[in-house]
Design a protein around this ligand. Structure first.
Ligand code: NAD
Ligand code: ZN
Length: 269
């Protein structure tokens, strides 16, 4: 059930989005939970249930740097890291953001998610801040590759890991940004540009505690405070976040993104 308060906030967001000249969306794990992908730190989060996985995640980048061949061997011999990510489907929240792009209302989506669901839902102007689990990337020059660009099993059998970049010869890793790994420069730069020029930011399903991503809404708010440029920041989240508490966002629509976002689109149409 959607309360009348929530209903009026949905109408307000629809108005704000219709008037915006340059709106962007920021998304996090919360927009994908309704597709059946758990977040990390929630009650049924991946790490809450498997602390060993968290410890490993923190070591991935170091291990890659220290011994890229070993990193690849472990990945290829171990259980698939994608789990059943391949079988997950975009939900109505993803579809709504794709439609906002088609309608010309939304210029960019900047996501922390690695699950490929925004792309599969149809968003084209997409910045994957933490990479994409279905792609590979050169650790030296950031060239992106599709997994089928390399015969990984054969490289493993022939002892020729890691895969090498076809442009610069650097070692290729998963495109996913591991803990301790810098955000790829191209994506980091463009995300800063978009946060620096938008007049509306729609933040969906992120607790906004992982940096430097969490800096993007703060940057938009600071611009507003320092230069007087109008920026409207809207959150859609199941619960209030630090952005709500610190009044970085103008308002929060509390609820599920898969429910709220389609209603906003409906109100805009
Ligand atoms: P987070 O787990 O820290 O926060 C998720 C937020 O979404 C919480 O505030 C929660 O209350 C809210 N939420 C959960 N379900 C919701 C729903 N249906 N509707 C509205 N809000 C909902 O996630 P984060 O801020 O993205 O940071 C976690 C990090 O983990 C990111 O760096 C991300 O790359 C990674 N991650 C990605 C995926 C994915 O690709 N789907 C999944 C887990 C973690
Ligand atoms: Zn390269």
């Amino acid at each position: 059930m959607i309360s009348s308060d929530t209903e009026s906030l949905i109408q307000r967001a629809a108005r704000d989005l219709s008037r915006a000249k340059y709106a962007i969306a920021l998304t996090g794990a919360g927009i994908s939970t309704e597709s059946g992908i758990p977040d990390f730190r929630g009650p049924s989060g991946v790490w809450t249930r498997n602390p060993e996985a968290e410890r490993k995640a923190y070591q991935s980048y170091e291990r890659f740097r220290a011994d890229p061949a070993q990193y690849w061997e472990e990945r290829l011999r171990g259980p698939s890291l994608l789990g059943n990510l391949e079988n997950m489907q975009p939900n109505p929240g993803h579809a709504a953001l794709a439609e906002l792009e088609t309608l010309g209302v939304l210029q960019w989506v900047i996501t922390q998610n690695i699950d490929n669901l925004h792309r599969r839902a149809g968003n084209q102007n997409l910045l994957e801040y933490h990479g994409n689990a279905f792609r590979l990337r050169c650790a030296d020059c950031n060239a992106r590759y599709e997994p089928q660009d390399y015969d990984l099993k054969r490289l493993l059998a022939e002892g020729r890991l890691p895969p090498r970049c076809r442009q610069c010869g650097g070692p290729v890793k998963s495109d996913v940004v591991h803990f301790g790994e810098p955000i790829p420069e191209d994506v980091a730069r463009q995300s800063l540009d978009e946060a620096g020029r938008c007049d509306l930011m729609l933040i969906c399903g992120t607790s906004a505690v992982v940096y430097p991503f969490a800096y993007l809404p703060r940057l938009a708010r600071e611009r507003h405070a320092r230069k007087g440029e109008a920026v409207t920041i809207i959150e859609i989240n199941a619960d209030p976040t630090p952005l709500t508490e610190e009044e970085i966002s103008d308002y929060i629509i509390q609820g599920r993104t898969g429910e709220i976002l389609p209603k906003i689109v409906e109100a805009i149409r």
